[in-house]
Each structure stands twice: as structure tokens, then as C-alpha cells.
Design a protein around this ligand. Structure first.
Ligand code: MG
Length: 392
């Protein structure tokens, strides 16, 4: 029985994770849930799944929650509460599915406690890949990706190396057999609309993703292709792979979730219908596979699969993110923070879609990079970038 703590239990990944946990009552038990503000829904979920701990990031809401919580449910408050939840709830694995950099401290706390992390919040690795992976290595925690592309890569590598795990002790050995990683990208809602004016597209058009049903932040990132850029940095840290050996190919059907090319020229790809539950379940059950009632792949019904080069002229965010990952140090943290602010501004109607990557580039150009950053240097760079992006 694996005890699971879900950070971000009311979001798209979180609610799907609870569905999986409830579908396998003899395998998983949710022992702790964390949300930003919606404590009423968190308490409902906790009672439904039998979780004895909830954490509410917003301290005012946490106080209300503590007043309303039924006997038997402990309430943890604020960022500290999010960070102490995994240990308090006796977790074997922490699923982190909060939005953005808010996942950083709780993930570090889990790593330092030697607790495995099922990671949906890619921003944590983008911004703080070095300190987070070092903490995992030092304390024996694993990071299991809950991102369809990185789950695919892990699955491709698992066939190659029976003991495949992220941050493998024999990463040198593995890297020598891998020529490159190929991340697939759906291309987002504007791939097939070359005439769309990015100065004028509406929030509704941006949020109308053709193949994946996701939260708002990642859906906007998919439309700019920033998401794929963040995934380059994520793959770099998860699989010890140099940035220049991580390629991106556009694949609009989203059936192949990513590929690994080995030194002999063989390519292994992982396929399924696009549904996040595959990656969530694989991370929770890893290294096992559980028989599930998920939609099955019907290739004749699917028909042709297509592949294309990404258009970095139309979608400069992809190249910006690759540049930041290549530069390293605190630059990816700055890219990530500036992007979070830019996406927020776009979703509030304050800036045009086309301003998102311009704003990110502007903040990056002003940053003095700190190399080999520890967690404090990352946090400082993140705060600096938010301030500069907020004023830009
Ligand atoms: Mg992804």
C-alpha cells in the first residue's frame, strides 16, 4: 500500500490522481491533500478519500478550514504547512501538481525527507533543477515525471535499463547509450492556423487546446510553445541529458508522447491516446504497471500520424527557453518567473498574447546569471524576475 500526498488536489492533475487512487483501494491511500485556497473542496475530498491531513496555502483560508474541519482531519497552514504535509501524512510518494514555482519548497522538503516525488509541476525542475536533483540524490528520493513526454521517455528507457530511474546512479552509462531524446509537441491551437494575428487572439482561442485537457497556465504555455521549452529543461535534469541532445518534433495527433534514439540508430517511442491519467498512474505505480480501465489505442481508427519541425520564428518562446536551459545557472528560473507573470497578465487581459515572449526576453536580457545556484539563489532570481516582469 502506497501512501500518497497530493499537492494541488483540486486541479486537473490532482482530481485525476484522486480518481486513480480511488480506483485502486488496495494499492494506494491518499493520506494528505493540499490546495491554495479552496478549503471547502479540499475538506470534501479528504472526507471522501479518507485523508487525515489537509494543507491550505492561503493562511486566512487555512484558519477558516481549521474552524470547520471535522474531527480526525488535521489542518496545516501556509507555505510551511504545504512543506510539512508529506512528512506529517507519512507519505511514500508526494504528487506535486500545484501551479508554478509554489511547488518548490514542498518538493525540496520531500526530497530532503527521502520521499519519492511524482512531479507534474515542471517549473520546479526548470527553475531549481540543480538543488532539487542534488537533494534527491543525497537523500535517496526519486523524481517520477507526471508529464506525458517525460513519462514516455522514462518508459522508453525502462525497457533499456531494467533498473531505470530518474537521476540514475549509472547515468553516465545510460547517457552513453542514448544518442538523443525527442520530445513531441502537439503544436498547440495555432499550429494549423498560420494566419492568426498573435496581437489580437482572444483568451478563449488560446485556451482551446486541440488534443489535451489541462489547467490554464499549461494551456497558455502550450499555445506559445513555452511549455515545450520548459520541458527541454525538465528532461535535461530528469535524465542527465545535455540540452543539445534534446530535440523537439511537432506531432499534432499527440499519440506518440516522446521518443528515445539510441546510439545504434534504433528509436523507441511510447504511445497512447492523449489522457493524463496514463502518466499519473505510471508515476504512482512505478515501476509496476496496473491493469486499468483507460481508453485504448485503436491505430486503424487513429489513421495517419504526422511529424514536422517546430516553427521557432512564429513561436520564439521555444528558442528562448532552449537558450535559457543552455545558459543554465539562474537563467531558467528567470525565464520561468517572467513567463508565469506574463501568462497571468495575459489571462487578466492586461497584455496581448504576442507580448508574452517579448516580456520574457526583456527580463532575461537584464539578468546577471548566478552559476551553480543553491535554493536561495534560485528564490532570489525568481523574486527579482517577478518584480521586473511585473513592471515591464
Ligand atoms: Mg507535457
Amino acid at each position: 500500500m502506497k501512501k500518497v500526498v497530493v499537492l494541488g488536489s483540486t486541479g486537473s492533475i490532482g482530481t485525476n490522481a484522486l480518481r486513480i487512487i480511488e480506483a485502486f483501494p488496495s494499492r494506494f491511500q491518499a493520506t494528505g491533500l493540499a490546495v491554495r485556497r479552496d478549503y471547502k473542496q479540499a475538506l470534501e475530498q479528504a472526507q471522501r478519500v479518507g485523508a487525515a491531513h489537509v494543507a491550505i496555502a492561503d493562511e486566512e483560508m487555512a484558519a477558516k478550514c481549521a474552524a470547520e474541519a471535522p474531527a480526525g482531519i488535521a489542518v496545516h497552514s501556509g507555505e510551511a504547512g504545504m512543506s510539512e504535509l508529506a512528512a506529517a501524512a507519512g507519505a511514500d510518494v508526494v504528487l506535486c501538481a500545484v501551479v508554478g514555482i509554489a511547488g518548490l519548497r514542498p518538493v525540496m522538503a520531500a526530497a530532503e525527507a527521502g520521499i519519492d516525488i511524482a512531479l507534474a509541476t515542471k517549473e520546479v525542475l526548470v527553475a531549481a533543477g540543480q538543488p532539487v536533483t542534488e537533494a534527491c540524490e543525497r537523500h535517496g528520493a526519486r523524481i517520477l515525471p507526471v508529464d506525458s513526454e517525460h513519462s514516455a521517455i522514462l518508459q522508453c528507457l525502462a525497457g533499456q535499463m531494467p533498473d531505470a530511474r530518474c537521476r540514475m546512479p549509472d547515468a553516465e552509462n545510460q547517457r552513453s547509450e542514448v544518442r538523443r531524446i525527442v520530445l513531441t509537441a502537439s503544436g498547440g491551437p495555432f499550429r494549423a492556423k498560420p494566419d492568426v494575428d498573435f496581437d489580437k487572439v482572444t483568451i478563449e482561442e488560446v485556451l482551446d487546446h486541440p488534443s489535451w485537457d489541462m489547467g490554464q497556465k499549461v494551456t497558455v504555455d502550450s499555445a506559445t510553445l513555452m511549455n515545450k521549452g520548459l520541458e527541454i529543461a525538465e528532461a535535461h535534469w530528469l535524465f542527465h541529458m545535455p540540452v543539445d541532445r534534446i530535440d523537439v518534433v511537432v506531432h499534432p495527433e499527440s499519440i506518440i508522447h516522446s521518443m528515445v534514439e539510441f546510439v545504434d540508430g534504433s528509436v523507441i517511442a511510447q504511445m497512447s491516446v492523449p489522457d493524463m491519467r496514463f502518466a499519473i498512474q505510471y508515476a504512482l505505480a512505478y515501476p509496476e504497471r496496473l491493469e486499468a480501465d483507460l481508453p485504448r489505442l485503436d491505430l486503424p481508427a487513429t489513421g495517419a500520424l504526422h511529424f514536422d519541425e517546430p516553427d521557432t520564428k512564429r513561436f520564439p518562446a521555444l528558442a528562448l527557453a532552449r537558450d535559457a536551459a543552455t545558459r543554465g545557472g539562474t537563467m531558467p528560473a528567470v525565464l520561468n518567473a517572467a513567463n508565469e507573470i506574463a501568462v497571468e497578465k495575459f489571462l487578466k487581459g492586461e497584455i496581448a498574447f504576442s507580448r508574452i515572449w517579448g516580456l520574457v526576453e526583456q527580463v532575461m536580457s537584464k539578468h546577471e546569471v548566478v552559476d551553480q545556484p543553491d535554493i536561495d539563489a534560485v528564490t532570489q532570481a525568481d523574486a527579482w524576475a517577478r518584480e521586473v516582469a511585473g513592471e515591464a
